[in-house]
Design a protein around this ligand. Structure first.
Ligand code: FES
Length: 56
């Protein structure tokens, strides 16, 4: 599912960024570009990133 329409970032891309080593929402944003434009996806993106980080 698309989390960030502006940048075309999916929940899977966020989880992959975490398995590739991102350990914070900031690092996930740097790797994916999520929430770089309108920011509407920030709260969902952050919650998916935190969940993925907690599972690592
Ligand atoms: Fe992610 Fe706009 S939907 S920055």
């Amino acid at each position: 599912m698309y989390v960030c329409l502006c940048k075309g970032v999916t929940d899977r891309a966020i989880r992959e960024a975490v398995s590739d080593g991102a350990r914070s929402w900031r690092e996930v944003r740097e790797q994916t570009g999520c929430a770089d434009q309108c920011g509407k996806c920030a709260s969902m993106g952050k919650s998916i990133a935190r969940d993925a980080i907690a599972r690592e």
